[in-house]
Design a protein around this ligand. Structure first.
Ligand SMILES: *Cc1c(COP(=O)(O)O)cnc(C)c1O
Length: 374
């Protein structure tokens, strides 16, 4: 088959502004984490999330780890999270020595089944980590209720959901800490990078201290009272982040418009052949990944190759944590049927903010053609 087009799943959108700020950064010689760029990026993004403090890191994974450590979570603690998520969510818990407790997915939102959380609470539970999968927020009120009842912390893994809203409130501001990733395929990028946002100044200060080797205070610089980390973001990354912040609203509306167009063009397949992505009444989905479920899971590999032959990149859904070779031996005793089901049936279609309506139409036509083929 002659490939006339190449449509990537999720390419970054970079422009002159990024170059301009990077150049400014290099000319200023502020290329480590010192200097004005990092703080400015933290303030802008924290404000965007409706929080007060931002603490950048060198990845989304290290942001999650730093948040857990700063909240005092370690050996002997338990943290509840969904089994249907990207591997970094649980890895961050694993690094602390705490035990991760899995819950199944919700069949409608694909996020954690919030009704299953209370059954998992023990005397050791310290925190809940909801993950806003593919840009759709988790139903947070029931989680907040359980957390306040049992004195638990909430760490939102918002790596896929910059700007998503739950009942009008921006994700990242709904728990104790919101962790974001700025990896190159995320909604905004710094190449690699992450950030924790919080309203708690003391917690922000602690995260700032721990991310930079826990250097001593009060004049004794090379004096360390805690185990610190080398988790700082560079000014070069923050300069790119500042340029991305100028277009974040536009990037999100482009994704939402693409999702609407996909929904319209694929509507005729809906229910019979595929399930379109969720958007609950109380949610603003930012569609990090425009994702569909196939009714017949045995079609998944076929449609992915069909689209690939036509230059269209797709991805399978995440394999749930309880199926991952590294974690499976510890989580074999329980079944997570919804996570297994959506993981077998789901694919992500091209979703980057830089796609055109014409790209979306091309992808949709090829999806329609696949189901017409015999
Ligand atoms: C991307 C992602 C992360 C990790 O971010 P990195 O910046 O790649 O470390 C964590 N959690 C979720 C849900 C993600 O999608």
């Amino acid at each position: 088959m002659l490939q006339t087009r190449k449509i990537p799943i999720c390419a970054p959108v970079l422009g002159e502004r990024e170059l301009e700020y990077l150049t400014k950064c290099i000319r200023s010689s502020w290329i480590s984490s010192l200097g004005p760029f990092v703080g400015e990026f933290e303030d802008k993004f924290a404000h965007f999330c409706g929080t007060r403090f931002g603490v950048t890191t060198n990845s989304g994974t290290t942001a999650l780890h730093l948040a857990l450590v700063a909240l005092g979570i370690g050996r002997g603690s338990e943290v509840i999270l969904p089994t249907f998520t990207m591997i970094a969510s649980i890895n961050a818990i694993e690094y602390t020595g705490a035990k991760a407790i899995l819950v199944d997915a919700d069949p409608e939102t694909w996020n954690m089944d919030v009704s299953a959380v209370h059954k998992k609470i023990t005397g050791k539970t310290k925190a809940i980590m909801p993950v806003h999968i593919y840009g759709h927020p988790t139903d947070m009120d029931p989680i907040a209720e359980i957390a306040s009842e049992h004195g638990l912390r909430i760490i939102e893994d918002a790596a896929e959901a910059h700007g998503a809203r739950y009942k009008g409130r921006t994700v990242g501001s709904l728990g104790d800490v919101g962790s974001f990733s700025f990896y190159s395929n995320k909604i905004i990028t710094t190449g690699e990078g992450g950030m924790n946002v919080t309203k708690d100044q003391e917690l922000a200060d602690k995260m700032r201290w721990l991310r930079a080797h826990a250097f001593g205070r009060g004049g004794k610089h090379f004096w360390h009272e805690a185990l610190g980390y080398g988790y700082r973001m560079t000014s070069l990354q923050a300069a790119v982040g500042l340029a991305q912040m100028e277009r974040i609203d536009d990037m999100i509306s482009r994704r939402i418009n693409h999702a609407r167009l996909y929904n319209k063009l694929l509507e005729n397949l809906s229910h019979d052949k595929i399930i379109l992505p969720p958007e609950m009444k109380w949610a603003k989905n930012v569609y990090w990944m425009y994702s569909i479920l196939l009714n017949d899971p045995s079609e998944r590999d076929n449609i992915m190759s069909w689209l690939s032959e036509r230059g269209i990149e797709t991805r399978t859904f995440f394999y749930p944590i309880h199926r991952q070779p590294y974690y499976a031996p510890r989580y074999g005793g329980e079944s997570y049927e919804v996570a297994d089901d959506i993981s077998r049936r789901g694919i992500n279609l091209p979703s980057g903010s830089g796609l055109t309506d014409d790209d979306i139409s091309y992808v949709s036509e090829n999806v329609l053609d696949f189901f017409k083929r015999n």
